[in-house]
Each structure stands twice: as structure tokens, then as C-alpha cells.
Design a protein. Structure first.
Length: 183
């Protein structure tokens, strides 16, 4: 689905447009994912694992656009993608339809400026309108800034997946599993 466009102002005064990514944004979105995966090990993939298949990304974005419940919230500064998030069904099975998964990536230079909170607030509001009853996410145990944001927005820690991530240097990181339940 396509969300309503919204203009916001970051703490530093920059005007940002939040909207759904569309197929014309496919190349920029591939590049954004590559860069954010290069900037931090907190992302699920290393840069070399990011698909730069623009046609494949176009297909994914068209599929999301046509979906009744899944959506993206993408942040643009002067036409450049600086942040991206997605809310997707856990599964299409009846027993899972009330659950959604949330993922987000923000360019390092735009962290700590309020963008993550804006994106998360819009994503939660839209997820509720779409009929989801809860939104789930996983976060590196040592990504304290992200965990703090999620808790501030109402997410609760519900578990730990030990050794969920194994970095290239052989070090393991646990994953904190969190959930936001709509009342």
C-alpha cells in the first residue's frame, strides 16, 4: 500500500519528506541499503550481501504497493533517500494475520535527529489502521540507542535470541526481541 505523504522537520531544521518508496526509487533504495549496511554492524546484512538488483527491487516495491497491509515509510531529503522502514506481515496464514514485522535503516549522519521516531510513529499509526494488532522487531542487544527509542515508543522486550548474529570476526551478538501491542 501507499501511505500518505508527510513533511517533517528534523531537530537540525532540515525538511524531510516521508512517503512510500515506489519502483522509481528502486536504484536509490538499493544504494541506501548498501550504504547503511556499510556504516554499522547493527544491520542484518553485510554490504556485500545487499542485492543491487534494481529490477528485483522494482518488483518488490510494486508488490508492496499493491498489498493491502504491507507498506514502506521512506525519508527523502532533497530527493535523496536518508532513511527507510518497512512493515510487513509475519505470514499470510490466518493465525498470523494480526502480526507485523518492522525493520528500519537510517544513514548514520541523520541518526539522533528525531528521524527514527517520526518514522516509527507513522509506521505504528499505519499498522494499526491496516488492522495489525501487534508489531514485532529484533534488535542487536548492544544497539542501546535503538532499544531506547523502541521502548520510548511503547515496545516491550519479550525475549532474547542468544547468538542470533555471528559477525565476521567470530563474535556473537544476542538479539533482543520486542513487540508493540495495540490496545
Amino acid at each position: 500500500m501507499i501511505i500518505d505523504k508527510k513533511e517533517i522537520i528534523l531537530k537540525n531544521g532540515q525538511k524531510i519528506l516521508l512517503k512510500s518508496a515506489t519502483e522509481k526509487d528502486a536504484e536509490s533504495l538499493c544504494h541506501h541499503r548498501y550504504i547503511t549496511s556499510s556504516e554499522s554492524y547493527f544491520m542484518a546484512r553485510y554490504p556485500e550481501e545487499i542485492s543491487l538488483d534494481v529490477e528485483g527491487m522494482k518488483e518488490k516495491l510494486v508488490t508492496i504497493e499493491k498489498d493491502e497491509k504491507d507498506f514502506t515509510v521512506t525519508a527523502f531529503l532533497d530527493g535523496k533517500i536518508i532513511g527507510d522502514a518497512g512493515v510487513t506481515k509475519i505470514r499470510n496464514h490466518i493465525k498470523y494475520r494480526h502480526r507485523a514485522y518492522f525493520g528500519i535503516s537510517i544513514l548514520k549522519e541523520y541518526c539522533n535527529k528525531g528521524l527514527g521516531k517520526y518514522i516509527l510513529d507513522i509506521a505504528l499509526e499505519q499498522a494499526k489502521r491496516n488492522g495489525f494488532e501487534q508489531v514485532e522487531l529484533g534488535v542487536f542487544e548492544d544497539n542501546l540507542r535503538a532499544i531506547n527509542l523502541y521502548e520510548k515508543c511503547g515496545f516491550k522486550k519479550v525475549g532474547i535470541q542468544p547468538r542470533a548474529f555471528k559477525l565476521k570476526d567470530g563474535i556473537y551478538r544476542d538479539e533482543v526481541q520486542m513487540v508493540y501491542i495495540f490496545n
